[in-house]
Design a protein around this ligand. Structure first.
Ligand code: NAD
Length: 259
């Protein structure tokens, strides 16, 4: 045990899953972190698209970036992708588990395959990437992991996506707390960000003004969120100075859920 936190290496990598979608949280986060000097490992379904985003991050921000396609619901695919990222980038200090899918199917119409699809991507996917990255972080005795949950987990749905999504995102909070406890002795922190409605295309396409106005009615802040709101929260939780924060869920939701 030491009272002094381990310091960050000058060159360090953040792996961002779900970083391809043009108007998505992952893409915005990758850019936000690259702008602040992080090298970026891009993981998403399509290998060529990951490589294109990595090239764009390098040309825009002058940082090292590398992209590898992987399905986060497939453990061997995730493991292979992170092995390749680790071989091609500076030390992995951070992981942002952002890949996810929505699911608007009502409970009474729900088929087993939909339940499995949503749980395998939104919960198992977070576990697989975390499990692989933890091996490296334990060796380095340094790590920051941030998982994306959702206000849906805390309020029992009530948004576009329904029960399996809510269950998976609640599972992410449990995973966050349990891994924070188990990995803490190795100077690894694990936290969750729980977004409220964010202006991306995941809720059945780009939000119309009418849908946004409707969402705002439940908030204490007078607008829906944007991807930068989430990127900034992730950036804090993976920063060198956030090392005394672990196992927490940071609600970035315009005040939709207060507890
Ligand atoms: P998005 O659809 O724009 O981005 C999701 C990304 O994940 C895409 O790039 C997609 O290709 C990738 N992805 C999907 N399945 C994958 C798989 N199996 N393997 C690898 N990558 C995969 O959506 P977004 O709004 O940016 O969502 C990002 C995260 O934020 C998700 O986990 C979502 O559940 C969560 N979230 C979003 C909101 C919101 O209002 N937008 C609110 C709460 C939580």
């Amino acid at each position: 045990m030491s009272d002094t936190p381990n310091s960050f290496p000058t060159e360090r990598t953040a792996i961002v899953t779900g970083a391809v979608s043009e108007r998505g949280i992952g893409r915005a986060t990758a850019n936000y972190l690259a702008e602040r000097g992080w090298s970026i490992g891009v993981v998403d379904l399509d290998d060529a698209a990951c490589k294109a985003v990595a090239a764009e991050l390098t040309s825009t921000h002058g940082v090292k970036a590398y992209g590898v396609g992987a399905n986060v619901a497939d453990e061997s695919s995730v493991r292979a992708a992170i092995d390749e990222l680790e071989a091609n980038l500076p030390q992995i200090v951070a992981l942002a588990n952002i890949a996810g899918v929505s699911s608007p199917i009502g409970y009474l119409e729900l088929e087993p395959a939909e339940w499995d699809r949503v749980l395998s991507i939104n919960l198992n996917g977070v576990h697989y990437a975390t499990r692989r990255v933890a091996e490296s972080m334990v060796k380095n005795r340094l790590g920051r992991i941030v998982n994306i949950s959702s206000v849906s987990a805390q309020r029992g749905g009530g948004t576009f996506s329904k029960t399996p999504y809510s269950v998976a995102k609640a599972g992410v909070i449990g995973l966050t707390r349990a891994t924070a406890r188990e990995l803490g002795p190795f100077d690894i922190t694990v936290n969750a960000v729980s977004p409220g409605p964010i202006d991306t295309d995941i809720m059945g396409g780009t939000l119309t003004q009418e849908r946004k106005d409707d969402m705002v009615k439940d908030l204490v802040v007078n607008r829906v969120g944007n991807t930068r709101d989430i990127a900034a929260a992730i950036s804090y939780l993976i920063s060198e100075d956030s090392g005394y924060v672990s196992g927490q869920t940071l609600n970035v939701d315009g005040g939709l859920y207060m507890h």
